[in-house]
Ligand binder design. Structure first.
Ligand code: ATP
Ligand code: MG
Length: 467
């Protein structure tokens, strides 16, 4: 399929890629995209804007993905109409965003995102209208609402492979930055000077990694070179935006490979400093735990199952907990309060960087609390735990810890059997448990029973009321 596309291409060897003022045009016989593969709503938005006298194209990931025979995640439209003009054309449209204003046109559950052509804006405060465009002292773009021509718009897109414009009315592709050439060579290449483009928006470093993992492309060497050094700029990005980006990184079905690239480029430690420290301290266990958690996430996505960010964050932060618990215990805090306090601190610190919403931090705490409770099975406790709404997540998390080599004394198998067996077998399992404890596990029993005495307050403290 791609052969047709590539026959017509020039293939210059380039380092930095500037967008051209005249595009390379591919007619419908020179590329494989068919109108039928495109969302009819996206086509209707483009056609409506064109009929109203504006320029409008499909752009970005959808064109790139269709050229690679991948189902696009969504369809983005670029137009010469301003957000207000776009809104006036559609009853079902809403203007969103401040840093980057755009319009969402709603068709039931499908949303077509319409962006007005942008221009690169001048650097230097005195030249800028801060309502439209602004940068901070490190060159980061704080507001990006200077409108421009189609040519300007191509210039300010991130990667060459994302600066392809498709016009459904004549089925032509406009390629301003030799993006088709880079698709052919499986390369992620920034448009313009890589350092400057990352400084303008450090999230582009995460996007480079995300597309490299998703498409199995290489990051072209000049685009790759500055990432390690500029990675700390991620700390400047608003935490809410980073949360969205992290979900895109890990919930796209390529989380293991994405994680490897993030570590290689020094980006992982900027996003998850405590987890990166744990990775350094105990590399085998921590890496194994992360890979298993992320691999399970990829598998669930492939199988069309749901995934919760809470489980993912619980796994990514778990190896960072023991060092903190130890620190608090060294200061004289008893084990269970130390665990609670460490969990609270760790999550709060992480949220400063990545704003994980409360609806996910609560379940993180609950999954961790379950790890404290799952070993305590005597009497009616096991049955009560089974009825706990977090049991399943807690049990899955226990299996995850075991698969990374954490010793739990066969607790995972015990719980697997317990779920599978009849009531009378369950009673036997609980009886066996206490006889094992009394016959073979004297010291442990003493420890457990003393903990049991503290049970009510420990259980109370386990409730994540502090988050
Ligand atoms: P996907 O939707 O598959 O994740 P995409 O390339 O469509 O990938 P979007 O986030 O939907 O990514 O953005 C649409 C397009 O907008 C991109 O293809 C790119 O041209 C442009 N774009 C998005 N974010 C940036 C950015 N930070 N800097 C420059 N251009 C960007
Ligand atoms: Mg997109």
């Amino acid at each position: 399929m791609l052969k047709k596309l590539f026959k017509s291409l020039r293939s210059p060897l380039r380092r930095a890629q500037q967008a051209h003022s005249t595009p390379h045009v591919l007619s419908n016989s020179q590329h494989p995209i068919k109108r039928g593969e495109i969302s009819r709503y996206a086509i209707s938005v483009v056609e409506r804007l064109q009929q109203a006298g504006y320029q409008a194209y499909l752009v970005g990931g959808c064109v790139r993905d269709l050229l690679l025979d991948i189902d696009p995640k969504d369809f983005d439209v670029a137009t010469s109409a301003t957000p207000e003009q776009v809104r006036a054309e559609f009853r079902n449209a809403r203007v969103i965003g401040r840093r980057f204003k755009l319009v969402h046109v709603h068709f039931g559950r499908e949303i077509i995102e319409v962006a007005t052509f942008r221009a690169n804006h001048p650097q230097g405060d005195e030249e800028e209208d801060s309502n439209l465009a602004s940068r901070n002292e490190s060159g980061r773009i704080l507001r990006d609402n200077v409108y421009g021509s189609l040519e300007d718009d191509a210039q300010r897109r991130d990667f060459t492979i994302n600066a392809l414009y498709y016009d459904p009315s004549n089925e032509r592709i406009l390629d301003y930055a030799n993006g088709v050439h880079d698709i052919r060579n499986h390369l992620i290449r920034l448009i313009g000077d890589p350092t400057q483009r990352y400084q303008e928006d450090p999230v582009r470093m995460l996007r480079a990694v995300r597309f490299a993992a998703k498409l199995d492309f290489d990051i072209e060497k000049h685009s790759a070179a500055p990432i390690y050094k500029l990675a700390p700029m991620l700390r400047e990005i608003p935490s809410a935006r980073l949360f969205d980006e992290v979900l895109k990184l890990f919930l796209a079905g390529y989380a293991v490979y994405t994680y490897e690239l993030l570590v290689d480029y020094g980006l992982f430690g900027q996003l998850f400093p405590a987890s990166a420290a744990a990775l350094k301290k105990d590399p085998d266990y921590t890496d194994q735990l992360f890979r298993t958690a992320l691999g399970n996430t990829d598998l669930r996505i492939q199988q069309g199952k749901t995934v919760t960010p809470a489980f993912l964050f619980a796994a990514l932060l778990w190896p960072a907990l023991p060092a903190r618990v130890q620190k608090l215990q060294d200061r004289g805090m008893p084990p269970i309060p130390a665990m609670q306090e460490a969990a609270h601190e760790l999550i709060s610190e992480q949220c400063q960087l990545i704003a994980v919403p409360k609806r996910f931090t609560l379940p993180i705490r609950e999954i961790w609390d379950m790890q404290e409770r799952l070993p305590r099975r005597s009497g009616k406790r096991a049955d009560m735990l089974l009825e706990n709404p977090r049991f399943r997540a807690g049990y899955d998390f226990l299996l995850l810890r075991e698969s990374a080599g954490e010793p739990t004394g066969g607790l995972g198998d015990w719980w697997t059997d317990y779920q599978d067996c009849s009531d009378s077998e369950r009673r036997t399992m609980i009886r066996d448990l206490s006889s094992q404890e009394s016959s073979t596990d004297g010291p442990r029993k003493r420890k457990r029973s003393s903990r049991r005495k503290r049970g009510p307050s420990a259980d109370g403290a386990a409730k994540p009321s502090g988050e």
